[in-house]
Design a protein. Structure first.
Length: 290
């Protein structure tokens, strides 16, 4: 089995548990038939603490490797970056949290032995997650135009609202006068969408959630639609521009630039441990019902 490891340099220089956990993992399975590869930026970080990391092959995130499994070590931001890198390859991804909430992670950094036991014994399950694809007939979008969590259209450089003319499946839906508009996947429903009053959606549900941000009208509420629908937008803004955020990566666009949002032709495959499911995740990480 080949496992590719992605990670970020922790902002807290005292967070040594992550380094210890990773190096223990590498040492434990050395010579066992499990082959590890390290993302170069993460390897460069680990080498500061131990020369052992330098003995493992590295890869650039822009050129994802062929692997049986990808391990994302960090927080939800690291997981999203990992999904952007390998998602189209549909390599299974397991998240190991060393950050704060880590909602997308299957386990904590201290649980690495338990995680590997379940992986090698075949007890894990793989759940496909839908992805949003974003395009524009007017401009070429920067970066990776796919979102595991959400696509957000936001006001920029002004206190005034923007107007987002929105079509659903080609039919007029609404003109949202608001601070912005979010189109969320089920995976992203517990993120930005939830913070603006949108619903939590089961990850397996074949839907999108369209949620306005601070809408001018009380009639503008979050809307759940089939993920077979397309969403088309046209933005007007007093500042003459707006922000497009794709899983937190933002770019400035001029008003009048049209956007087309649809289901991507591929899915991200997320690994779950046998003892973790959606209800338990809600209770343990979002304190659901507490």
């Amino acid at each position: 089995m080949t496992i590719a490891i992605y990670g970020n340099k922790p902002r807290d220089p005292q967070r040594r548990a992550e380094v210890i956990g990773v190096m223990t993992l590498l040492a434990t399975y050395a010579g066992s038939g499990v082959k590890f590869m390290l993302e170069k930026r993460y390897s460069d970080y680990l080498v500061q603490y131990t020369d052992v990391a330098a003995s493992y092959p590295v890869f650039e995130s822009e050129k994802p490797p062929v692997a049986d499994l990808v391990m994302s070590i960090g927080g939800d931001g690291t997981f999203l970056r990992t999904a952007n890198s390998v998602g189209a390859l549909q390599t299974p991804i397991i998240g190991i949290n060393s950050g704060h909430l880590g909602y997308l992670a299957a386990a904590q950094i201290d649980d690495m032995p338990h995680v590997m036991e379940q992986i090698l014994s075949g007890k894990c399950t793989v759940e496909p997650r839908s992805v949003l694809a974003v395009s524009s007939p007017d401009v070429r979008l920067k970066g990776f135009a796919f979102a595991l969590n959400e696509v957000a259209i936001l006001k920029q450089d002004t206190a005034s609202m923007i107007t987002v003319s929105t079509r659903l499946g080609g039919s007029v839906l609404a003109e949202y006068r608001a601070d912005g508009l979010i189109v969320s996947t089920p995976t992203g429903s517990t993120g930005y969408n939830l913070s603006v009053g949108g619903p939590i959606v089961s990850p397996a549900a074949p839907v999108w959630v369209i949620s306005p941000i601070a809408a001018h009208s009380l009639a503008m509420r979050p809307l759940v639609v089939s993920d077979s629908e397309t969403v088309d937008t046209d933005v007007r803004s007093r500042s003459g521009s707006f922000l497009l955020s794709i899983d937190g990566k933002s770019q400035v666009l001029h008003e009048g630039v049209r956007l087309h949002i649809e289901r991507a032709p591929w899915q991200v495959h997320v690994v779950h441990l046998a003892d973790m499911d959606f209800p338990l995740t809600l209770r343990s990480k979002l304190l659901w019902g507490v």
